[in-house]
Design a protein around this ligand. Structure first.
Ligand SMILES: Cc1ncc(COP(=O)(O)O)c(C=O)c1O
Length: 458
């Protein structure tokens, strides 16, 4: 009989499948489908090994509690192992992680604490800090710390690497994997480099903005990969090259994998596949590229796979005639003082400084930014309205006056989409391929309407 003794025995041994539609080169690209693990992601692998190692070292004892900051998948893996072995689980997740993913953690019996993303790692509200505090306050707590735990990379050296080597009969020449904690690429590379006498080339895929590909750690939208610090689980000496991929390219490829390859996977799988396709375009017919697809797409149905979500962020379509993007271009040509920059102030500005910007730019609303321009979406902290400034003193900080995020409209959407939003909202932020272009108000649309009118006058 082939019956697993518990769900934990079903972890690993995932299949490899050739990518046909998304790969135009002669070089085969094969995907390792990690969503077929019982918890739905590659993170099941590290969970088992981390818990076993902690039991062996005495860090985790009967009745103990596992506390971990996680983007969701590690939580599922740990929750599976914890319930099978009788531990309690508390997870701290960043607020950008979809609600569906948090619900999954709760379904497995774990407790979930949500922490903000737009703060520095050392901020007491950050998800790293919150989890440290929970560890201190919970008796019998064990923090797996997937960012530094050597059992993470070790699990991939013991399972992911050998599985790829065997399934390809040792013919793999290039490994492509997204880098989050770095555990996957480090452990898998360690095995494959050793097995091949150093010949397998290892390529990291990384979101534009993340430090692995030379960024500063600025925010991006793809989940589960990229970092703003160097984790101990990552060994850069094993990685031959890192390819940076934009959010837009990652998401569009993710949708193609579902529609054209029948693989419903998450955004980081799309990102890794873009890197694999770019790599393959410069390789030869004797090469064999293996790309890891870390998780499934069901947790992202309200994001990557939602047409509206994609359009509003400017990830679908091009900004042609009659589009919001064209309106923004015309407005800039109209001779605005600060054309090309957003009507905005830094978060640390005073009320007096904000009033100066409003007077120079006109309008009644500013964006509040946590970084210098040009910003990315994740660096917009909210909005600041003229009527709130009136009620404050010039020397006051604007911090207490910051209002909610504006609504979004994609640059490729018709002007009618912006108009519809502005009937209910004070302003709408125009996004082009995820990048903030301008903040439109009703006045901008009225100016546009009168321009059109003049244009059609006899
Ligand atoms: C969806 C997703 N993709 C990729 C990764 C990258 O794996 P690692 O943390 O081993 O670098 C992770 C890990 O968090 C993930 O959750």
């Amino acid at each position: 009989m082939r019956i697993a003794s518990s769900v934990l025995d079903l972890i690993g041994s995932t299949p490899l499948v050739r990518l046909n539609a998304v790969n135009r080169s002669e070089v085969p690209i094969v995907a390792k489908v990690e969503y077929l693990n019982p918890g739905g992601s590659i993170k099941d692998r590290i969970a088992v090994r981390i818990v076993h190692a902690a039991e062996a070292s005495g860090e985790l004892r009967p009745g103990g509690t596992i506390v971990e900051p996680t983007s969701g998948n590690t939580g599922v893996g740990l929750a599976l192992v914890a319930q099978q072995r009788g531990y309690r689980c508390v997870f701290v997740v960043p607020d950008k992680v979809a609600e569906d993913k948090r619900a999954v953690l709760r379904a497995y019996g774990a407790e979930v604490v949500v922490a903000p993303t737009a703060v520095a790692p050392e901020d007491p509200r950050s998800y790293y800090s919150v989890s440290d505090r929970l560890v201190r306050e919970t008796p019998g707590a064990f923090k797996p710390n997937q960012y530094a735990n050597p059992a993470g990379p070790a699990s991939h050296a013991a399972s992911t690497g050998p599985e790829i080597w065997e399934a390809t009969d040792g013919r793999i020449t290039h490994l492509v994997a997204g880098v989050g904690t770095g555990g996957t690429i480090t452990g898998t590379a360690r095995f494959l480099k050793e097995a091949s006498g150093g010949s397998v080339q290892v390529i990291g895929a990384d979101p534009v903005g993340s430090i692995y590909s030379g960024g500063t750690g600025r925010p991006y939208l793809v989940e589960g990969v990229g970092e703003d610090f160097w984790p101990g689980a990552y060994d850069p000496s094993l990685v031959d090259e890192v390819i940076a991929v934009s959010d837009g390219d990652s998401f569009r490829m993710t949708r193609r994998l579902a529609r054209e390859e029948g693989l419903l996977v998450g955004g980081s799988s799309g990102m890794a596949t873009v890197a694999a396709v770019r790599l393959a375009s410069r390789l030869g017919p004797d090469d064999l590229v293996v790309v890891l697809l870390p998780d499934g797409g069901r947790g992202y149905l309200g994001k990557v796979f939602d047409d509206d979500w994609m359009r509003r962020r400017g990830f679908l379509g091009t900004a042609g005639v009659g589009s919001v993007g064209e309106l923004v271009r015309r407005k800039d040509v109209g001779g605005l003082a600060d054309a090309g920059s957003l009507p905005a102030v830094r978060r640390d500005a005073t009320v007096g400084e904000a009033i100066d910007v409003l007077r120079r730019r006109g309008g009644s609303r500013l964006l509040v930014l946590s970084a210098p321009q040009p910003v990315v979406l994740g660096e917009i902290a909210g909005t600041l309205d003229a009527h709130r400034l009136l009620a404050a003193a010039p020397g006051d900080s604007i911090e207490a006056l910051i209002g909610p995020m504006p609504a979004f409209v994609g640059a490729a959407e018709p002007v009618a989409a912006a108009r519809a939003t502005l009937t209910a909202e004070e302003s709408v932020l125009v996004l082009d391929d995820g990048r903030p272009l301008d903040l439109l108000t009703r006045t901008d649309l009225l100016a546009h309407a009168s321009d059109d009118h003049e244009g059609t006058a006899p």
